[in-house]
Design a protein around this ligand. Structure first.
Ligand SMILES: [Ca+2]
Ligand SMILES: [Ca+2]
Ligand SMILES: [Ca+2]
Length: 135
């Protein structure tokens, strides 16, 4: 009984440690603010759909270092905002161009645009509750 319990605890610790090293990207307020400035291309203080579309395509290319069209776990770590991990629809640890397109095209706005005016303020961007970040 004692042994079983100990083994279970050790196993759980290993699982948690593994996931954390692969995926511990808490949405980071400073990183988010910095990226928000980049997203708001026309500097009107809001990210609208046009801003978001232009941004994610550019950012995806930057993050996709081996240029295979997929952001893998290693590449996703570079996105300190955690936004791209949220685009991982089937939770396989990889984000395709299609995943990102879907997420930034709709789900991001559903999540972040709390006053539903169709655009995202810096406050909304920083306060976004990212729901698919893995730990
Ligand atoms: Ca804007
Ligand atoms: Ca890649
Ligand atoms: Ca808004």
């Amino acid at each position: 009984m004692f042994n079983l319990k100990t083994t279970g605890v050790i196993f759980l610790s290993m699982v948690l440690a593994g996931n954390i090293s692969a995926f511990a990207q808490q949405p980071d307020a400073d990183a988010m603010k910095k990226e928000f400035q980049r997203m708001d291309a026309n500097k009107d203080g809001f990210v609208d759909q046009n801003d978001a579309d232009a941004y994610w395509q550019k950012r995806f290319s930057e993050l996709d270092r081996d240029k295979d069209g997929i952001l893998d776990e290693e590449e996703l770590k570079a996105d300190k905002t955690g936004m791209f991990i949220n685009a991982d629809q089937n939770k396989d640890g990889a984000v395709s161009w299609q995943d990102a397109k879907k997420w930034f095209g709709k789900e991001y706005f559903d999540l972040a645009d709390s006053n539903k005016d169709g655009k995202i303020s810096e406050e909304e961007a920083v306060g976004v509750k990212l729901i698919k970040v893995k730990f």
